[in-house]
Design a protein around this ligand. Structure first.
Ligand code: PMT
Length: 397
């Protein structure tokens, strides 16, 4: 319920992507938002008002002379009651209207008569999108502080392929959730590691652990929402990376180390969430190890590089944050790791809480003591952590 209590005025304009707006309403409601739909006359040729009314549970408007509105001031009422006006899909024609301040129907009128932010998700044929007139209009909107969501690239309803597809409904919802988050990391670069590593014993076996990557991916998403440019180096996980994050997949600790060290010096922040294997087999067997009746094989292990400690030891290191998963003595062990790795902040979690699930309980340890974050969804904890990191960074530089 990440949009709990938010009032979304959703404008739907005429285009085949209008059918996706029905799914958008459903997802917005699922996240706790209330949705008031206004359609252009053209939109009603693609989807009926009844569809949106059933999904939103609210009356749908399309006519500025609607006799249901007592004072004929629907254009003012609809935008005044909203936290955001979202136009999805926004046709080329509608974008042109808003860019030029036209108000010749209900939706364009309420786009002009509003005191809430305007977000626009364009949807049109690729040539319409690439047309210099559309590009000028979009630039005008951006200059006016309007947030443009997408568009995507790919197959279009007309059979052509290119830029102009409306973002998927789930992506628009993610962007809207991000829009409402504070932006303390704008202009900052954040690098992080996530997931487990896999240290090969032979071509089919290896040493790994139960990290799912969920905590690290949540931190990546929260940092992106906060405005940072995020690079995520992750071990083998099945998580999907949120849009707008640079993802580098690795398998072993040595690969993770190499990728991190390539770019760590140019970062403002480094957050090590990964559960990196401390040891790896000295040499992976080139072929599957066979049972030969001679008992269990001895596997010689060597120590992996400590990625976090190495980044913290750079001549001008980014602000370094570690994680510690412990089965007992959390405060003591986490603080010892923080001091050993020479980092200002370490995030402690108990193994039973941290690994695999969607929730966690975290405690932030720095040199002045402990700050517990109450149990919650990993994304909520990640947002709190990112807020804490932003304050440290501001005090640090
Ligand atoms: O992925 P999930 O299922 O959501 O689970 C999340 C988590 C439990 C894995 C995560 O919250 C967590 O606690 N990660 C750290 C696990 C741990 O205890 O790591 P460690 O004690 O081995 O290392 C301490 C710190 O040094 C960590 O920041 C680690 O990334 C870093 N490290 C460790 C070893 C190494 N060779 N290089 C490192 O950078």
């Amino acid at each position: 319920m990440e949009l709990n209590g938010k009032r979304v005025a959703l404008g739907v304009t005429g285009g085949i992507a209008a059918y996706k707006a029905a799914e958008l309403v459903r997802l917005l409601i699922k996240q706790g938002a209330s949705v008031q739909v206004t359609m252009t006359e053209a939109a009603t040729h693609f989807v009926t008002a009844v569809t949106f009314q059933a999904l939103s549970g609210q009356r749908v408007f399309s006519d500025q002379w609607d006799p249901r509105v007592a004072n004929n001031m629907a254009h003012i009422d609809l935008s005044r009651r909203a936290d955001v006006l979202l136009i999805a899909p926004a046709s080329a024609d509608f974008i042109a209207k808003v860019a030029h301040g036209l108000a010749d129907d209900l939706l364009s009128t309420l786009s002009l008569a509003r005191d809430c932010p305007l977000l626009v998700a364009p949807a049109m044929n690729r040539q319409m999108w690439e047309n210099p007139a559309t590009q000028r209009n979009v630039a005008t909107l951006r200059g006016d502080g309007v947030v443009i969501l997408g568009p995507d690239c790919g197959e279009q309803a007309c059979g052509e392929s290119g830029a102009g597809r409306m973002l998927e409904a789930a992506d628009i919802v993610d962007d809207l959730i991000a829009f409402f988050q504070p932006k303390p990391l704008i202009g900052k670069k954040l690098l992080l590691t996530a997931g487990p590593t896999f240290e090969a014993i032979d071509p089919v076996r290896g040493i790994t652990n139960l990290s799912s990557g969920k905590m690290g991916f949540a931190v990546a998403r929260a940092a992106r929402e906060a405005g940072a440019e995020v690079t995520l180096v992750c071990g083998p996980v099945s998580q999907e990376v949120p849009r707008g994050i640079r993802r580098i997949d690795v398998t072993s600790a040595l690969q993770m180390h190499a990728e991190v060290m390539k770019c760590a010096a140019s970062q403002d922040i480094f957050v090590a969430v990964a559960a990196v294997a401390d040891y790896r087999p000295k040499a992976a067997a080139p072929h599957k190890i066979k049972k030969d009746g001679g008992g269990a094989p001895a596997i010689e292990l060597v120590i992996n590089p400590d990625i976090l400690a190495e980044v913290a030891a750079l001549p001008a290191p980014p602000l370094c944050v570690g994680f510690a998963a412990e089965s007992r003595n959390l405060a003591d062990y986490a603080q010892k790791k923080r001091v050993a790795k020479k980092i200002p902040l370490i995030v402690g979690n108990l193994i039973d809480d941290g690994f695999g699930g969607d929730e966690n309980t975290l405690v932030l340890y720095d040199q002045s003591g402990a700050t517990p974050l109450p149990r919650g969804a990993k994304i909520e904890l990640a947002r709190a952590l990112v807020g804490h990191i932003a304050k440290l960074l501001a005090a640090h530089r």
